[in-house]
Design a protein around this ligand. Structure first.
Ligand code: JFE
Length: 255
């Protein structure tokens, strides 16, 4: 998979050199290219923003500079990799508080794409004509990582790149970790992770639940599901309400 990230703060993406994503880049599983948006300006001040039409606070990012940047990156294509044929154009992802919620399901979908281009806005956002221009000939997704307002798109891109990257083949040491994820499709869908424990068996008087030391895999699986259900009902009642009753057995229903 090829990931292009465009930002006026490319230094935000130093974390993509370490850990899981860093190793995936070294192995060639991920081809991450970070671009400084100001490289496509032509004035001495490298201006990327201007006042909003219609008035209002703050500044808006200019369409011309974004158009030159995205055109130049597309011209570097096509990208190979991913599950499909080489892509002549990227799927463009624009973080914004007013976008569709970024979910595990969308992360799974994006992990299958050969080429993603993340456009990091700042100020009050990017001139909407940029999304309209490229949406006419390629997939453009405006996505939100949560109902709070960041100062720009960079942190949201770090979140999405990590959620997507960990789903790519060979990135996670243990492939089962992603399958058993909270929110992953299947039996764990809409269920939060339960509590986890490791050695020592007693720590400051706190004991590990007996069942986890029993070696009885059936009882352990049942205990973990019970704890996941309890935590989901307590912390995310709206997810619990969305659990398909068909996936609940008579024991679950007693909880
Ligand atoms: C566009 O509407 C905005 C209104 C007020 C401030 C800002 C600041 N801002 C600029 C670019 C940008 C990109 C993403 C986000 C963002 C995403 C999530 N989930 N929260 N915040 C915020 C961004 C934007």
């Amino acid at each position: 998979m090829r990931l292009d990230i465009v930002s006026i703060f490319p230094e935000y993406f130093a974390p993509l050199d370490v850990s899981l994503i860093g190793k995936a880049r070294e192995r060639g599983t991920l081809d991450v290219r970070i671009h400084q948006l100001r490289d496509w300006t032509h004035d001495v001040h490298k201006t990327v923003d201007d006042t909003p039409y219609g008035g209002g606070p703050g500044m808006v990012m200019k369409p011309e500079v974004w158009g030159e940047a995205i055109d130049a990156i597309i011209a570097e294509g096509p990208a190979v990799g991913g599950v499909g044929a080489p892509a002549a154009t990227p799927r463009i992802i624009v973080p914004t508080p007013s976008g569709r919620p970024f979910t595990q399901e969308i992360a799974q979908e994006l992990a299958a794409e050969p080429w993603l281009l993340f456009a990091c806005g700042r100020y009050e956002g990017i001139d909407s004509r940029v999304m309209r221009e490229y949406g006419a000939r390629m997939r453009v997704d405006e996505l939100s990582i949560g109902d709070y307002v960041l100062a720009g798109g960079e942190v949201a891109v770090l979140v999405m790149v990590e959620a997507i990257g960990r789903l790519l083949p060979g990135v996670l040491g243990n492939v089962h970790s992603a399958v058993d994820d909270s929110f992953a499709p299947g039996a764990m869908r809409n269920l939060l992770e339960g509590p986890v424990y490791t050695k020592p068996p007693v720590w400051r008087g706190h004991e590990v639940p007996e069942v986890l030391l029993s070696g009885h895999h059936g009882k352990i699986a049942r205990w973990r599901r019970d704890e996941a259900l309890r935590r989901t009902v307590a912390n995310r009642p709206e997810l619990a309400a969305a659990i398909d009753p068909e996936t609940l057995d008579k024991h679950d229903r007693k909880l």
